[in-house]
Design a protein. Structure first.
Length: 99
């Protein structure tokens, strides 16, 4: 896909530096910072960190930043049920114990 020119007011002729973005199919979008995110309500969230995790599942308490809440929603495999040790039959000697 060809790049399109930046038409932001005040940025005529200035090429915006490219940001590297990594998409994790089971997690957040990782963006090299600093980052500003314009939210639906018109507010802007800013982070000056060198790498930012942006939540894509909307489960984060720190939305739009990822706090790994998506991990808590995964179903853990049920632990195997412990079976009781077998009891020897009456009148039959236990294995390894000659009587």
């Amino acid at each position: 896909m060809p790049s399109t020119p930046d038409t932001t007011p005040g940025r005529e002729g200035a090429a915006a530096p490219a940001r590297r973005v990594r998409v994790d199919p089971e997690g957040p979008v990782l963006v090299e910072g600093p980052v500003e995110i314009a939210l639906d309500d018109g507010t802007v969230a800013r982070s000056d960190r060198f790498m930012v995790a942006v939540c894509t599942c909307r489960r984060s308490r720190a939305y739009p930043w990822c706090d790994t809440s998506h991990r808590r929603r995964e179903r853990a495999a049920a632990p195997p049920e412990k079976s009781e040790p077998e009891k020897p039959e009456p009148g039959k000697p236990e294995e390894g114990n000659p009587s």
